[in-house]
Structures are given as C-alpha cells and as structure tokens.
Design a protein around this ligand. Structure first.
Ligand code: TA6
Length: 305
C-alpha cells in the first residue's frame, strides 16, 4: 500500500471524529492535529512523538525547540520522544541509534476515540521496519496510547511475542516548558540514589529538591515517586505521576551542550527541563516470552499564583 493510499484511509477514518485531522507537518512528515475544549496538540506519526500540548488559558506544557529539525529518521528536539527498546547509547553497538529506534520509526494510528469529557484518546502501533530486525530480531509489538484532555496521559505497552526472554530499557523523554530553569525546583526525589552522567555515572544521593545551575543529566534509580516541577516564573506546578517505572531521568544540557546539539536556539535551554519516566540502567526490564510490560504516566498542571 502506498503512502498516499495509507493517508487516504487515515483521513477517511478521522473524517467523522470532531476536532481531529491529519496534516502535513512537512512535505514528508504527517502529524495528527487535535483540538478540544482542553487544548490544542500535535502528534507526529514518525515516532508517535507528541510535539506540543497547549492547554486553554495556559502556556504550552510541552517544549518544542524553535530550531527543531523535521526530517525523516530524526527525532525533532522537544516534545515527548519514545526511547525504546534501549535508553541512551546501545550497550554493545555504539553505532546504533541512541535511545533505540522507536522514536524515528513509522507508527500507525490504530484507534481514535473522542471521549465523553471532550478528551481524545489516540492509540498508535509501532511499525517495525525490516532494517531494525537485524539488530532487534524479536517480535515485540509496541503500542502507545495518549489521552489528551485536562491532563496528558500516556501508556507504553511492550509485548514479548518471541520465544525467548528479552531485555528492554525505555523512557518517555518528556521536554517540559518552564519560564527559567534557573528558577525551577523539582520536588519528589529527595533521598533517591542517582547516576550522575556528568560525573562518569558516579552514584550519588539526592538531598532535597533538584535545582539547576549547570548541565544536569541524572538517572534516578528504584523510584516510583510522583515528581513535581515547581516553576516560580510561570507560577505553575506540573505534576508527573507514573506506574510501571522505576527510573526518573532529569536532564538539562545547559548552554554549551545545547549549542553543540545544534537544534536549540540561543539560551533555549533556559525554557526546558526533561523529566523522563522509564526503566533504565539498574532498572532495565527482563520480559519473559508472552509477557507484557506497561509504562504509564499522567502529566497535570495547576497555577500557583
Ligand atoms: O535523557 C537524557 C539524555 O540521555 C542525555 O544524555 C542526552 O543525550 C539527551 O538524552 C538527548 O539525547 P538525544 O539523542 O535526543 O540528543
């Protein structure tokens, strides 16, 4: 089936659903754009990557770089990339894509529901390309469900349909918009052990809230904690609840690394912070044949002024 035929079918399925349409984000990349009484959002079909969610009467909750590059096979900087079936560099083959292949692979929109409270529920299935089979020779259907309404809910389900046990690591690599990261506190990880990736993965223990004054890249381990991003510039608190996740990654590249990455605007690092729910490092997941793993998050926000 050609791409055009697939798009026609998808458009047909969306025609009868209020507030949702298939758009060309670029000439080659399609996105689902949706509007309901709670907000406006876009999800790129490549990577099933939420690009933005702008609640009504709110600043955007999810940060997307104004310099994000939209091209096939590259995850645009920002939004919520899906890191799967490994987090970070591949353990044995550094030439393989960082954070796995799900975030740059094609996904299909399998179901759209317009819920009674005027939220939208979108379910996407990963389309495993032949090119990934040589380094991921497993039958592991991956499904991502969003509920976009007065909050953002996501559920990532990994099913091991192969005959052998598999090991995965994963993260919902969420970029949150903040007024000024230097005035942000992240609450909820006090006392938690973490790997400090700017100090050769030295193991440390968090004391109090997390604050930011330089490059910060930490994998908090063995934590099921609900976290909150307390933003005293936007007078907003974003709450991050999770289930099926034992790791929380906190990242801000700061100015020098952001400049090297090449898709941040000048001082763009000041308006974002990543708080990523997943299972990484010590918390990788061993999935026996026939078993399914479920990672769930809910992002909600309140004004604090
Ligand atoms: O989640 C933090 C991190 O692993 C950082 O080490 C940094 O590499 C970031 O992800 C972004 O990775 P990317 O491949 O999207 O540039």
């Amino acid at each position: 089936m050609t791409n055009n035929e697939q798009q026609q079918i998808l458009r047909g399925r969306l025609d009868h659903i209020e507030g949702i349409e298939l758009i060309h984000h670029t000439r080659t990349l399609q996105a689902i754009e949706l509007r309901n009484r709670h907000g406006i959002g876009r999800v790129l079909l490549q990577g099933a990557q939420l690009l933005e969610w702008i609640p009504v009467r709110q600043k955007p909750v999810i940060w997307i770089s104004p310099n994000a590059k939209f091209k096939a096979g590259k995850s645009p900087r920002g939004g919520i990339p899906i890191c799967w079936p490994w987090f970070g560099p591949h353990k044995t083959s550094p030439s393989l894509p960082a954070h796995g292949f799900a975030r740059t692979a094609p996904w299909e929109l399998a179901e759209v529901l317009h819920l009674k409270n005027d939220s939208h529920q979108l379910t996407f299935n990963l389309i495993q390309e032949p090119s990934s089979l040589h380094f991921w020779p497993h039958t592991t259907p991956l499904t991502l469900t969003f509920v976009l309404g007065e909050s953002i809910e996501m559920e990532l389900r990994s099913l091991n349909n192969s005959s052998r046990p598999i090991t995965i690591s994963e993260a919902l690599h969420s970029y949150f918009q903040v007024g000024d990261v230097r005035e942000v506190r992240i609450h909820g990880l006090d006392g938690c052990e973490y790997l400090d990736k700017v100090q050769q993965e030295k193991r440390r223990k968090q004391a109090g809230d997390i604050t930011f004054s330089g490059e910060t890249d930490r994998i908090y381990l063995n934590t099921t904690a609900t976290c909150s991003i307390v933003d005293s510039v936007l007078n907003r608190c974003i709450t991050i609840e999770k289930q099926g996740s034992l790791s929380t990654v906190v990242w801000n590249p700061w100015a020098e690394k952001a400049a090297k990455l090449g898709d941040f605007p000048e001082s763009g690092h000041l308006n974002m912070v990543c708080v990523e729910s997943g299972n990484a490092a010590d918390n990788q997941i061993a999935l026996p044949p026939g078993e399914e793993h479920r990672l769930w998050v809910r992002y909600s926000w309140t004004n604090t002024s």
